[in-house]
Design a protein around this ligand. Structure first.
Ligand SMILES: Nc1ncnc2c1ncn2[C@@H]1O[C@H](COP(=O)(O)OP(=O)(O)O)[C@@H](O)[C@H]1O
Ligand SMILES: [Mg+2]
Length: 282
C-alpha cells in the first residue's frame, strides 16, 4: 500500500505545502526551560500523507500545535505554499485556518455540546463561504458529506453530538473535513478512541478524501505499523528531534537509527503462531 502511494506520488510534480527549518519550541524560561521541539526541518508536499512517529513525550503534539498556529514558534521558520507563513494578525490567522484543519484525539472535545449536528455542519458551510446558499443546496451538500462517511443526514440532523457513538462522531469529523476541504489535515492520533474495525474504515475514508481533494495529511502517531500502512513519508521523532525521515519504505523497512529499530521491534508480531501448549501450561 505504502509503495503504491509512493509510485503514484512520483508521477506528479511535487509542490511544497508546508516546510520548516530549525523549528523549535522551548517552554518556560531559565532553569525551568524545557525544549519540547528541537530544531526540526521538514518538507511536506501537496497531496502527501506524512506520519510523525514517536513515543509519548517526544514533542509530536507540540509540533502539531505550532504547525496549526495555536502556539508560537520559539525559533525557526515555517513556510506555507513556498512563502513564509504569516499569521501575525487575527485576519491572517483566520485565513490560514481555512487551509489547515485538525482532527483531535478525543472527538467529544471537538464539538460544542450545545450545537445540534445540523448547526455543526452549517458552520462548515459558512467557513467555505456557502453561508448564503439556498436551503436546498445546503441540505444537498450536507447530505453528500454525510453519505461520504456512511452516515444518514436525515437521521442526524436533529441530534446532538453526544447522542452519537464514538465511531459515528469520528465519522462526523471526517464529514466536516469533507465540507471544509482544507489543504492540510492534521490528525493527532485520530483513531485511538475506536475499535480496530471502525479504525480501518476511518483510515480508508481519509485516504479516499486525500485522493478526492489532494489534501496533505499529517498523521501524528506512536504506532509505527499504522504509519507504514498509510504514509508516503515518515518522520521519526525522539526527544524533540527528527532522528530519521524518508519514505515509509526507507524509514520502516530499512531503518538506520537505533530508535526506529526499537519502535519497530515493539510492534506485536500478530502473525507469529501461538504456541497453545505453553499457554495452557502457564
Ligand atoms: N504547555 C506546556 N508547558 C510545559 N511543557 C510542556 C507543555 N506542553 C508540552 N510540554 C512538554 O513537552 C514535551 C513534549 O510533549 P508533547 O508535545 O505533548 O509530546 P507527545 O505529543 O509526543 O506526547 C513533554 O515533556 C511535555 O511535558
Ligand atoms: Mg501527543
Amino acid at each position: 500500500m505504502a509503495q503504491d502511494q509512493n509510485s503514484k506520488q512520483n508521477l506528479t510534480e511535487k509542490k511544497p505545502c508546508l516546510s520548516g527549518r530549525g523549528v523549535t519550541k522551548v517552554f518556560g524560561i531559565g532553569k525551568q526551560a524545557m525544549t519540547a521541539v528541537d530544531h526540526v526541518d521538514f518538507d511536506f508536499n501537496e497531496g502527501e500523507i506524512i506520519s510523525i512517529v514517536g513515543e509519548s513525550g517526544s514533542g509530536k503534539t507540540t509540533l502539531s500545535k505550532m504547525l496549526l498556529g495555536l502556539i508560537s514558534v520559539t525559533e525557526g521558520t515555517i513556510e506555507y505554499q513556498g512563502k513564509p507563513r504569516d499569521i501575525s494578525s487575527a485576519a491572517k490567522k483566520k485565513e490560514y485556518w481555512k487551509n489547515i484543519q485538525p482532527i483531535f484525539q478525543d472527538p467529544f472535545s471537538s464539538y460544542n455540546i450545545f450545537y445540534k449536528i445540523d448547526a455543526v455542519l452549517d458552520d462548515c458551510l459558512r467557513m467555505r463561504g456557502k453561508g448564503n446558499a439556498s436551503e436546498e443546496e445546503k441540505i444537498a451538500l450536507k447530505t453528500e458529506a454525510c453519505s461520504f462517511v456512511n452516515l444518514k443526514y436525515a437521521e442526524l440532523t436533529n441530534k446532538y453530538p453526544f447522542e452519537l457513538s464514538g465511531g459515528q462522531m469520528q465519522r462526523l469529523m471526517i464529514a466536516r473535513i469533507f465540507l471544509l476541504k482544507p489543504k492540510i489535515l492534521m490528525a493527532d492520533e485520530p483513531t485511538s478512541m475506536i475499535d480496530a474495525c471502525s479504525r480501518a474504515t476511518i483510515l480508508d475514508m481519509l485516504l479516499k478524501l486525500r485522493d478526492e481533494i489532494n489534501m496533505t495529511v499529517i498523521f501524528i502517531t506512536h504506532d509505527i505499523g499504522l504509519a507504514y500502512y498509510i504514509s508516503d513519508k515518515v518522520y521519526i521523532m525522539e526527544h524533540g528531534k527528527f532522528v530519521e525521515s524518508g519514505t515509509a519504505e526507507e524509514c520502516i523497512i530499512h531503518p538506520k537509527s537505533p530508535y526506529t529499530k526499537r519502535l519497530i521491534s515493539d510492534v506485536p508480531k500478530i502473525y507469529e503462531k501461538w504456541d497453545l501448549d505453553t499457554v495452557v501450561n502457564e
